[in-house]
Design a binder for this molecule. Structure first.
Ligand SMILES: CC(C)(COP(=O)(O)OP(=O)(O)OC[C@H]1O[C@@H](n2cnc3c(N)ncnc32)[C@H](O)[C@@H]1OP(=O)(O)O)[C@@H](O)C(=O)NCCC(=O)NCCS
Length: 190
């Protein structure tokens, strides 16, 4: 089966305005400043804001090492000035069912420009066509509708809602998780 664990899974991908490429060790400054330390960004994701450059540096070391194990993990770079603006990655793979889950995060300074949608579309196409995954899924907190909008605009379909599956970091309570997915055939219809 193609798609599951070869060492060069994070192939460089290009869109109209963006380059999606592997992280390198010098990316820690841009990653820390543009999204990893930003509280607006980390509200709905599993990590907390990084405290200093060293925290970002250490995580990047792990991620760069993970490329040897076939991880799919892109840093998103603006073509116009080479600034790095976010991260999109495969966060879970089921070899048995030939599917995977995708996650993404973009710096708040760059929101509302269509960059997340442009990145997601390209990565979905790569995973379904070139890597031959049967299905890709993504989940967002119900209180984070912008992410659901990105999934929909990228061609994903809503599967349903998982009730109160995540703790909400902002309020003392739980959030529903909304699940989206896309299969290869869906690519032809949008
Ligand atoms: C969610 C996120 C990736 C969106 O990135 P982005 O680059 O702004 O996304 P896009 O510009 O491609 O699209 C955003 C869409 O959401 C819409 N949107 C923004 N805020 C919204 C809200 N409160 N309710 C509904 N839609 C909203 C925008 O209008 C836009 O849709 P449109 O093009 O139809 O107008 C970004 O906000 C982010 O990184 N957030 C923090 C981390 C995160 O939530 N990651 C996803 C975890 S599942």
């Amino acid at each position: 089966m193609k798609g599951v664990i070869t060492v060069n899974n994070t192939k460089t991908l290009e869109t109209e305005r963006l380059i999606l490429r592997k992280f390198n060790e010098n990316d820690y400054v841009g990653m820390y400043e543009n999204w990893a330390s930003d509280e607006n960004v980390t509200k709905y994701v599993s990590f907390n804001p990084h405290k200093d450059y060293n925290e970002t540096k250490d995580i990047l070391k792990e991620w760069i090492n993970d490329y040897n194990n076939g991880s799919y993990n892109w840093v998103v770079e603006l073509k116009e000035n080479h600034e790095i603006i976010g991260n999109i990655s495969v966060i879970e793979i089921s070899k048995k069912h030939n599917n995977c889950e995708i996650g993404y995060v973009f710096g708040s300074r760059f929101w509302g420009n269509g960059y997340a949608t442009e990145s997601l579309r390209t990565v979905l196409e790569f995973l379904l066509k070139e890597c031959d995954f049967h299905l890709v899924e993504a989940k967002h907190h119900a209180s984070n509708p912008a992410s659901g909008r990105v999934m929909k605009k990228a061609g994903m379909k809503k599967d349903g809602v998982l009730r109160e599956r995540r703790k909400n970091k902002i309020i003392n309570g739980y959030d529903d998780l909304v699940v989206y997915s896309i299969v290869k055939e869906d690519l032809n219809c949008c």
